[in-house]
Design a binder for this molecule. Sequence first.
Ligand code: FAD
Length: 693
Amino acid sequence: IEYDTADIVILTAIFAVTIAYFTKGTLWGKPKDLFADVAHTNGSAKTGKTRDFVKKMAETDRNAIFFYGSQTGTAEDYASRLAKEGHARFGLRTIVADIEDYDFENLDTFPSDHLAVFLLATYGEGEPTDNAVEFYEFLSGDEPQFSEGASADEKPLQNLKYVTFGLGNNTYEHYNAMVRRVDGFLTKLGATRYGSAGEGDDGAGTMEEDFLAWKEEMWQVVCKEMGLEEREAVYEPVFKITEDESLSPESDTVYLGEPNKNHLEGKAKGPYNSHNPFIAPIAKSSELFSVKDRNCLHMEIDISGSGLSYTTGDHIAIWPTNSGKETDRILNALGLGEKRHTVIRVEALDSTSKVPFPSPTTYDAVIRYHVEINGLVSRQFVASLAPFAPSDKAKAELVRLGGDKDAFAEEISSRYLNIAQVLEMLAPGQTWSAIPFSLIIEGINRVQPRYYSISSSSFVQKDHIAITAVVESIRLPGSKHILKGVTTNYLLALKQTQHGDPNPDPHGLTYDITGPRNKYDGIHVPIHVRHSNFKMPSNPEKPIIMIGPGTGVAPFRAFVQERAALAAEGKKVGKTLLFFGCRNSTEDFLYKDEWPEYASKLGDSFKLVTAFSREGPKKVYVQHRLQEHADEVNELLKAGAYIYVCGDAAHMARDVNATFGRIIAEKRGQTEAQGEEVVKRMRSSNQYQEDVW
Ligand code: FAD
């Protein structure tokens, strides 16, 4: 990395004085071991690392631990940012911890002058994230057994000082349930919380600002209680980047995007999971829309021989690759365009941090495969770039935007700019070569796999997983910029390749479609499977009511496919009522040609009710159709029907929930509140299930 150290020190000092409330560093390492030699479900146990965090803190002389329960990487990012800030601003000796890597029996031995921080996302129906399940089960158990044997009544956690922030979405019923419940358990067990239990709301789009506001107050309390003093924050890189001229990108020890050592050596093996993807062939792909400027993909992904399995209603995770266009944009903005294929070694400067991808590698591979370069830009991160700006003007702009929430929202977030576009905008024609590459790795999330509701039945095609994905392409009114979804445009490029285009180029994005060292061959995609609780009743005679507009129909194609196959085998199948909605019957009516086929097998058991929002004089949505079918719906509910809702969490799922409440109230002569209560009970007994995003 080439930049003038003296310049940076001076600029850093100026910056720190100008906006003392922003720390520069963000991530304190990203500990998830994505590239462990063997796939692991419980890393520490297999690698012999300690699961005793109290011991680990003592051994590494730390006094603050930042646990994260993360599904999409945001809680992990916040944990890293807070830990870095706690060290830079307040001199805390911090460590970031994946909550699944530790046991919590000895939480009662946590030293009273230490601090535990819990960043906890809520997932799905008020559930813990995958990595927080064990932690949650331990704390929520009838009587958690702590190492010193004190019972819950004896308040075993009296020594524990903690802070906590939850990541939730108010469009879901159990908003921020994880942080609320964990906070309740901890205080009940005698622990002391510093500051408020913060809550960030993804539904309102205010997660980042909720977090920034909460943490300022929290730090004040922590400083007071722990007797800390704020000091001038100076950027300290987390990673050492060394360019290694002795290796070429062709060297067989250099990672060019391979997720781990087995993949690098061409010996990829299972178990395949969220740490170790299967590079799956795409068996089939097709376009489901019949309109020029919008795409919806049907893809069938072959998992035969992988050891992976799925059951109807599960999710598949797709690991995307960034587009060439955006990879070029950021590498050029950083002045790394020319040396993109230079081999670099990335090492953590601190023993408790881990490099979030395998090394040695290249700048190109890091950006293309591991850094979420297209995502929503963080205000704190923008502020952290000020000392490294190529001009005073650009620096002043970064300081202004970093310090002004409203200006940032108006000029950056609401325009859907990515970080490279921000850099281009603030210093046109200039490069930002002073930004340490470590800061890019620390400060920007790592690429996350995206989930898709599987749209095939495992009973019908156990080795081929189907997905139904609408390609994200959002043009803001009055702007030339079009936001292109990372994964769905990559999938579109894969589909184009499969249909004979050797240089797929959806909307000028371009892709390294053959993957690292041609391992993806243009028609493979890295995946893993996530099991879900979204399941049909085990008895196929039970009636089901499904509401799935748009791509929300994905799991219902699977449900109907499965019931049609059962019917074809002569099994008795209960009423299968599907409400589907889209714009009109000629453009985006998903699986239009398949429904009659299923109907021919299911006979009267199947009924499809459509809502085409743009065909009539008035907009009609699935909830309106549901209301129109109130009698039939009520009869089915009386016969024990299960309800399934899939798709848009923000509006549709809520409206559908309310409609069911109203139908029950109207048809049974009850009040609306009673109708809602019935729906609530159905939800808790799993008779009303949602798969929403
Ligand atoms: P991304 O690049 O992730 O962008 C997604 C959104 O993020 C954008 O629309 C925008 O709102 C925001 N965003 C991104 N970058 C910026 C920026 N710079 N500034 C501001 N905002 C930004 N989708 C389906 O089509 N079919 C399914 O069956 C399906 N099932 C799902 C099941 C589950 C359990 C979940 C969680 C999601 C499901 N999704 C499904 C959604 C899917 O996972 C992806 O979110 C979707 O395909 C978009 O991914 P992408 O990478 O193309 O877009």
